[in-house]
Each structure stands twice: as structure tokens, then as C-alpha cells.
Design a protein around this ligand. Structure first.
Ligand code: SPV
Ligand code: MG
Length: 434
């Protein structure tokens, strides 16, 4: 008689004895097919797994009792179950409540259609993949792993969400921030090291006056206490002769990508109202800079993203598209298109034309002035990476002003106390306090 088919769905990023118990139980019912969640499937609801799909698959293929490992492309197990029609589905009973209970309902409905059975086994107490993952977080992340994560995120998520961090504390806040929306966990995929907020932090204008070693020292401090990837704003990239040296340091530190803008002369911030004295670099020279970075990079996952300032400088769509093509030919791994309009129209016009020829090239935008646009509209319009470029700095500033003024006015701090974080909350945020 043919063996019965048993289906179990796993992510298997942090394999532990609870998984082995489940597999041993499943074995009793027949031949096990594991539906292994793809990176993309996991990323719809949770953080990307540490190990990629192929690595996780290899581990499972070498566990006795597992007959086959197939890709589960959806978060919801019932989609794969519809295709495979297993005799049994085995699952831990931890999905009776919480975010997976909807999936459970769908699986039960699906099984009814072909008389499959659901077997739920008691969840192994005292261990969870999440707990292991939190413990790993304390151990830290390797440089290569951090660099790689940005590319993986862009590949596996509809939209990679980046937020500005100007200090280790702001980075810790961004690292830990999570919003539960429906049954999904929404979080930031990485950090933006902004020239504007790095300069503002030390009371200087955004004119490439903060030297690179100071910027990198700040990023190094951020990396000491966090694990997410970081995109660095390298302004114009500076002199080619410096760029080829700096890029090695940047990469060695574990930065995943640099964004370099095609301006020349005294660079000022793009959001200034008056841009009359700001100049755009020639296509030839800027392409040389891109080639310099590409020829000096060591890690294949490191990316250079060319930032086009045509809209900022009033040059228009044709110029932006021409530059995008030239910069990609020079080796750029992605394009950032910038605008300081109140609506995203010119960004979306660019995206529409750009994506016709370069659908697979990551496209980045920075919606500081057109902030009413929602992320799902960015996705619908072909944007792959969104950068919230200055928001944590801008959030901290009014809070500090208000506190400073309130203490002066009242001759004590009590009036402002309930707006402040408690000392305990502050300490809980810092790793190693307890
Ligand atoms: C920055 O954050 O420093 C940027 C983005 O370059 S913008 O301020 O919009 O120019
Ligand atoms: Mg900048």
C-alpha cells in the first residue's frame, strides 16, 4: 500500500528540539513533505529569516524522516495544501490563538474538501524560535550578514522601509520599533545615515563639511548596538581619488549601500528653496565615480545607488531618464530619484518610464515633501525602497525645545515630566543595563 502523505509547514530558521518532536510525531502518519516558507512568504508577516531559503532547505533535507521539502510561497499553509492534498497535516497546537489562528481556520476548511485530517500536537513548552532569535540578537551580527540583508530585503519584500538614524539611541529605537497591523508585523528594514541629520546633530550645515571619518565613527557606534543594514548618504562622493579609498573603509565597516548624488561644486541640501547656485555633475564624471566604487568593492552584496537630482535642479524627466540609463551602464545597482514637490507626480512619471526598461532595478524615493503618499501607493507605482530621511531627528528636536522652555518657565521639571520617557524605560532600551 502506498504511504500516506503528511504535510508540515516550517520556517526552520532556528531549528530546535520542538521541531524534531513534531517531525518524529509526523513520521508516524506517513511520508513527510515539509512546506518550507520562502523568504518572501516569511517577509509578508515577519522579519526575514537569518538563513536564506536554500540554507534552511539543506538542513531539512538532511533530517531523517523528511521525504521532501517543497517551497511554500504563501504565509497561509492552505494554498500549498490545496495543491498537494496531503492525507494529514501536522501542526503544533500553538496556532489555536494569535496571529496564526486565521491560517488554522483556512487549513481546516481546505482539508474538509478532500477529507484530509489535521493532527495538532502539544506545543513544546519553554522554547520558541522567537526566543532563540532574541538571544541571537544579543550575540550580534557579522559584517557580511548585515551587508547581505539589504539586498535580501529588496529581493523579497514589495517595499523595503528605511529610516534615518543619527545616533545609536535613535537606531535602537528604529531597530526595536514594530507595529502590528492585522496579523502582520511591520518594522523598519534598515537605517539611513543622512548627511543632513549627521551635520545638524553637530550644529553644522549640510554642505559636506562633516568629514567622512566623523560620519563613519557615528555609524560604527550605531553598529555596535544594532543588527539592521544601513544605507549611507555619501553626498557627491567627493574627489575620485578619495572615493576609491573611502569606499573600502565604508564596506569594511559593514555598510550595505551608499547613495551618491550627481551634484558638483558646493553641495547644499536638496530641499532648500533656492537651488540657483547648485550644479549637476556631468554624466561622464559621475559615471566615472560609479565605476570607481564598483571596481573597488570587495563584497558582492554591497550596492551603489545613483541619486538623480534632475527634478531638484529643474531639469525635467528626459534628463532624469537619460542619466538613469547612463548610471546603470556605469554599474550602478539602483537609482534614487529625488523631488521636493508636495506631490509625487514627477516621481511616478519617472518610475513609469524607468520601469518599462529596468523593471528589476531597485528604485528608491525619499518622500520628505510629498509625505501624504502612502506606502501601498509607492508599491503600486514601482518604488522598491522608501527612505524616511530625517524623521527621528525632527521628532527629537521639538521635544527638547519644549522641555528646555518648560523648565525655564516653571522653575522645575514637574510640568513636563509626563511627556518624558521614564528613567526605567530609558534603561530598558539600553542593552546590558541589567
Ligand atoms: C539627507 O537626508 O541628507 C538627504 C536627503 O540627502 S535630502 O535631505 O532630502 O536631500
Ligand atoms: Mg544628504
Amino acid at each position: 500500500m502506498k504511504n500516506k502523505k503528511v504535510y508540515i509547514s516550517l520556517t526552520a530558521d532556528n531549528l530546535h528540539h520542538g521541531h524534531i518532536k513534531l517531525i518524529n510525531e509526523a513520521k508516524k502518519y506517513g511520508d513527510i513533505t515539509v512546506g518550507l516558507l520562502t523568504d518572501r512568504a516569511v517577509a509578508t508577516h515577519k522579519k526575514l529569516p537569518i538563513l536564506n531559503f536554500e540554507q534552511r532547505k539543506l538542513i531539512l533535507q538532511n533530517i531523517s524522516g523528511i521525504k521532501e521539502v517543497v517551497a511554500q510561497n504563501e504565509w497561509d499553509d492552505s494554498v500549498e495544501i490545496r495543491k498537494l492534498k496531503p492525507d494529514f497535516v501536522i501542526h503544533g497546537d500553538d496556532w489555536l490563538t494569535g496571529k496564526e489562528s486565521v491560517v488554522r481556520k483556512n487549513v481546516i476548511e481546505e482539508l474538509k474538501k478532500f477529507d484530509g485530517k489535521l493532527i495538532e500536537i502539544p506545543y513544546t513548552k519553554g522554547i520558541s524560535s522567537e526566543a532563540i532569535s532574541n538571544r541571537n540578537k544579543k550575540v550580534g551580527i557579522s559584517t557580511d550578514q548585515r551587508i547581505r540583508t539589504l539586498k535580501r530585503s529588496i529581493k523579497n519584500k514589495d517595499l523595503t522601509r528605511i529610516i534615518e538614524t543619527h545616533s545609536p539611541i535613535s537606531a535602537l529605537i528604529a531597530e526595536n520599533a514594530v507595529a502590528k497591523v492585522n496579523d502582520r508585523e511591520i518594522y523598519y528594514d534598515g537605517f539611513w545615515s543622512s548627511s543632513l541629520t549627521d551635520a545638524s546633530l553637530i550644529g553644522k550645515p549640510d554642505i559636506e563639511v562633516v568629514d567622512i571619518s566623523k560620519r563613519l565613527e557615528n555609524i560604527n557606534n550605531i553598529f555596535e548596538v544594532t543588527s539592521k543594514p544601513l544605507i549611507m548618504d555619501i553626498d557627491t562622493g567627493g574627489k575620485i581619488e578619495h572615493l576609491n579609498l573611502n569606499i573600502k573603509t565604508i564596506e569594511r565597516l559593514g555598510i550595505s549601500a551608499v547613495i551618491m548624488e550627481d551634484k558638483t561644486g558646493l553641495k547644499k541640501n536638496s530641499l532648500l528653496t533656492d537651488t540657483t547656485n547648485q550644479l549637476q555633475e556631468s554624466v561622464e564624471t559621475f559615471s566615472e565615480k560609479i565605476k570607481t566604487i564598483k571596481s573597488n568593492q570587495q563584497n558582492q552584496d554591497f550596492m551603489v545607488i545613483a541619486r538623480i537630482e534632475s527634478f531638484i535642479l529643474g531639469k525635467g524627466l528626459e534628463d532624469a531618464l537619460m542619466r538613469a540609463e547612463a548610471y546603470l551602464n556605469a554599474g550602478s545597482d539602483g537609482i534614487m530619484i529625488h523631488s521636493k514637490k508636495k506631490n509625487p507626480n514627477e516621481i511616478f512619471e519617472f518610475s513609469k518610464q524607468f520601469k518599462k526598461n529596468f523593471n528589476d532595478v531597485p528604485l528608491v524615493c525619499v518622500p520628505s515633501t510629498y509625505s501624504s503618499i502612502k506606502e501601498n501607493e509607492l508599491i503600486d507605482n514601482g518604488i522598491n525602497v522608501v527612505i524616511y530621511a530625517n524623521h527621528l531627528f525632527r521628532a527629537a528636536y521639538p521635544a527638547m525645545v519644549e522641555t528646555a522652555n518648560s523648565i525655564l518657565k516653571n522653575g522645575r521639571s514637574k510640568e513636563v515630566e509626563d511627556k518624558l520617557t521614564s528613567i526605567k524605560e530609558m534603561m530598558d532600551l539600553i542593552p546590558g543595563t541589567n
